[in-house]
Design a protein around this ligand. Structure first.
Ligand SMILES: NC(=O)C1=CN([C@@H]2O[C@H](COP(=O)(O)OP(=O)(O)OC[C@H]3O[C@@H](n4cnc5c(N)ncnc54)[C@H](O)[C@@H]3O)[C@@H](O)[C@H]2O)C=CC1
Ligand SMILES: O=C(O)C1=NCCCC1
Length: 189
């Protein structure tokens, strides 16, 4: 008999997840995914359920790593929001299962993981593709992705300037690094 799942919610994810661990881990699994070996990473195309009445979608994003014994799925809902809406545009939850018996081992907040994973993958692309002499980081938007991209890009690279263009001021901090209070269209030197 398996016990109930552990719940790992946003404050714990923020405390435990570091770009310095996440980036090398993602580099490794992205490499494995490219091998197209189903025993390494099996990640079917995500399923989208339209939430027409609410102007959104629910995505279901399963993945299985047979060699590592990792089975998980992310559920994420995202919406078209009116400007100034207090509602979040994206909300995500992750389930971690035991592939041997199918029980759910952990239910995790997926918001922080989504913010950090998406930014970390962008930073990995930049590591491979960015011109070495690049000095200016430009970010469109001041939402969650903008902030997490700011965090990981300034942690991994040495820019002389960060330019931010948005139609609204910024969201609160994602990780433990501060970013300046942003007005729409800011330049941080
Ligand atoms: N591929 C992936 O894995 C993921 C993709 N996303 C996508 O990234 C985007 C951003 O997501 P979040 O940061 O979580 O959203 P958010 O709602 O926190 O932030 C969106 C930002 O964009 C700004 N914005 C909206 N329209 C604009 C315009 N016309 N010109 C300039 N700025 C504008 C808003 O003012 C806000 O600052 C979304 O499109 C989302 O669907 C988000 C998470 C994961
Ligand atoms: O992959 C994700 O996570 C998301 N993709 C598109 C929209 C929001 C979240």
């Amino acid at each position: 008999m398996s016990g109930p799942p552990v719940v790992i919610w946003a404050p714990a994810v923020k405390r435990l997840l570091r770009y310095s661990d996440l980036v090398p881990c993602l580099e490794e699994v992205l490499g494995q995914f490219s091998h197209r070996d189903n025993a390494e990473v099996l990640q079917p195309v995500r399923t989208a359920v339209p939430l027409r009445k609410h102007h959104g979608f629910m995505l279901s994003m399963p993945a299985y790593m047979e060699n590592r014994g990792v089975l998980s799925t992310k559920l994420v809902c995202f919406y078209r929001r009116e400007e100034g809406s207090p509602l979040p545009s994206t909300q995500a939850t992750l389930l971690l299962l035991d592939p041997r018996v199918g029980n759910v081992k952990a239910v995790m907040d997926g918001d922080v993981i989504t913010h950090m994973r998406t930014a970390a993958v962008s930073a990995i692309s930049a590591k491979l593709l960015m011109r070495p002499e690049a000095q200016v980081l430009t970010i469109f938007g001041t939402g969650h992705q903008a902030r997490s991209h700011y965090e990981v890009f300034t942690e991994m690279f040495a820019f002389k300037e960060v330019r931010v263009w948005s139609r609204s001021a910024g969201v609160p901090a994602v990780g433990n690094r501060s970013w300046p209070t942003l007005k729409p269209t800011s330049s941080i030197k």
